[in-house]
Design a protein around this ligand. Structure first.
Ligand SMILES: Nc1nc2c(ncn2[C@@H]2O[C@H](COP(=O)(O)OP(=O)(O)OP(=O)(O)O)[C@@H](O)[C@H]2O)c(=O)[nH]1
Length: 434
């Protein structure tokens, strides 16, 4: 065991702390051991945004004038910035007073069966025609590593504990959490608490559920907030915009009035991507176009959502590396600007984390939390990861609620995070079931 950690430490030291490093494990060896699920795209490479001229000034600036005042926008032009879902292109607020806001058009897609409330636990079993957690996670290296322990009838001995340890480390549960878990199991084994290997593995399963239970807290939309503002943040390519699209569908299906703010003004396609999700779900999107001030977009959107009595506003932001100080300061600015309209906004700062990132997710969350006080997490791409164990490491180190899990690219592939369903998907409940 000690040699395993020594090997890992040496690799960590060799890899340094650069944020493009994918966790502390030998990725090539892992990739060979756990081939990628077919059809799963590679995680987008971390994009380093070019330094913006105003970055340094922004970071040092005193509390901002709301963009509303700064840009001379009026209540009327704010309303005009609402791009209705059917609008073909990004709209820049026109100078003339706009027509009254029209209701969002009807969804253009076939209606799908309503999803259960986001504030309630979901049945881990697959709904008809909809793959469940287990089906989605089963083929991943993550599930195979842990589930492999259960696929035969091992003996109750130290070798089994070593196997447990290797499976947890390989899945990127993290050294500290793994050591704690394994030592706990070892003590119990020495105290003859386990009659056989099945009992030890059942105890492992219970420990893993217990680790996740405190963070298994669904996001409850406060109906009194009007709008309940969700600010999404995260590094590049983790799935923020896709997650917003999935959430839009979910909340719309639940009957919430919705608006989206296209605050990723950096990536050329992001505004159009969000508008496409809006169009698909009949949800209004507020946009100003590429390179617009993201805080200004968020401010406009909140003004419009308030004027319209919208239940939920979800604001997108550009992906940024957690080490880019100026861009991290920009997030703080967006937060403060929203607070000028509603001191309680944003009601949820939802950080999207790519489940394939491994242990680097911990430093991402640490930095984003320091900048904008993250209140909830979405862990995406768990369907294509050998490293989804980072969910346990995140839970242990931060205790921040994990609201949703992304288990695919389709709208219905966002699940309310549920500790038991998640662990159940990874570990069969009896030996001999791999
Ligand atoms: N397999 C899988 N792919 C996902 C999941 N969530 C998002 N993706 C994919 O990840 C890629 C990046 O998603 P985006 O939503 O564009 O990511 P982003 O964080 O908005 O990207 P930036 O704006 O560049 O920071 C897309 O190809 C998505 O389809 C998931 O849960 N599973």
């Amino acid at each position: 065991m000690a040699s395993f950690f020594r090997r890992k430490k040496d690799k960590d030291a060799a890899a340094g702390s650069g944020e493009t490093r994918k966790g502390g494990l030998d990725i090539e060896a892992l990739a060979a051991a756990f081939p990628k699920a077919p059809g799963i795209p590679e995680a987008a490479p971390a994009r380093t945004a070019p330094a913006r001229e105003d970055e340094a000034a922004e970071a040092a600036a005193p509390p901002e004038t709301p963009p509303h005042d700064r840009d001379g926008a009026t209540e009327a032009t704010l309303a005009a910035a609402v791009v209705e879902a059917a609008a073909p292109a990004v709209a820049v607020p026109p100078p003339a007073p706009p027509p009254a806001l029209a209701p969002a058009p009807a969804p253009v897609t076939e209606p799908e069966p309503a999803l259960p409330s986001s504030a309630t636990r979901e049945n881990p079993a697959a709904a008809p025609g909809k793959p469940g957690w287990r089906e989605r996670l089963r083929g991943t290296g993550f599930a195979r590593g842990l589930g492999g322990l259960f696929s035969r009838n091992p003996r109750l001995d130290d070798d089994l504990l070593d196997e447990v340890e290797t499976a947890l480390i390989t899945a990127d549960v993290g050294v500290t959490a793994t050591t704690e878990l394994v030592e706990q199991l070892r003590k119990r084994m020495k105290a003859r608490e386990f009659a056989d290997a099945a009992a030890l593995l059942a105890a492992l399963r219970a420990e893993l559920v217990a680790l996740l239970q405190p963070v298994s807290q669904p996001l409850a939309i406060d109906a009194a907030a009007r709008p309940f503002v969700i600010l999404t943040v995260g590094v590049n390519g983790v799935g923020k915009t896709t997650t917003i699209g999935k959430l839009a569908k979910r909340y719309k299906d639940e009957g919430h009035g919705l608006m989206l703010a296209a605050g990723d003004t950096f990536r050329a396609a992001a505004v159009a991507q969000l508008q496409a999700w809006g169009e698909r779900n009949g949800v209004a999107v507020v946009a100003q176009g590429q390179n617009a001030d993201a805080a200004s977009v968020a401010f406009d959107a909140l003004q419009a959502a308030k004027a319209r009595g919208t239940d939920v506003l979800i604001a997108d932001t550009a992906g940024r590396l957690h080490t880019q100080q100026g861009l991290m300061a920009e997030l703080g600015k967006i937060r403060r600007v929203l607070g000028k309209i509603d001191p309680a906004a944003p009601h949820e700062v939802l950080m999207v984390i790519d489940g394939t990132t491994g242990q680097n997710a911990l430093s991402q969350l640490r930095q984003f939390h320091a900048a904008v006080n993250v209140t909830g997490l979405v862990v995406t791409k768990l369907d294509g990861s050998a490293k989804g164990g980072v969910v346990f490491a995140l839970a242990r180190e931060f205790g921040i609620p994990i609201r949703y899990a992304g288990i695919g690219e389709r709208p219905e592939d966002l699940r309310v995070f549920d500790a038991e369903a998640f662990v159940e998907a990874l570990l069969p409940d009896e030996l001999g079931r791999g």
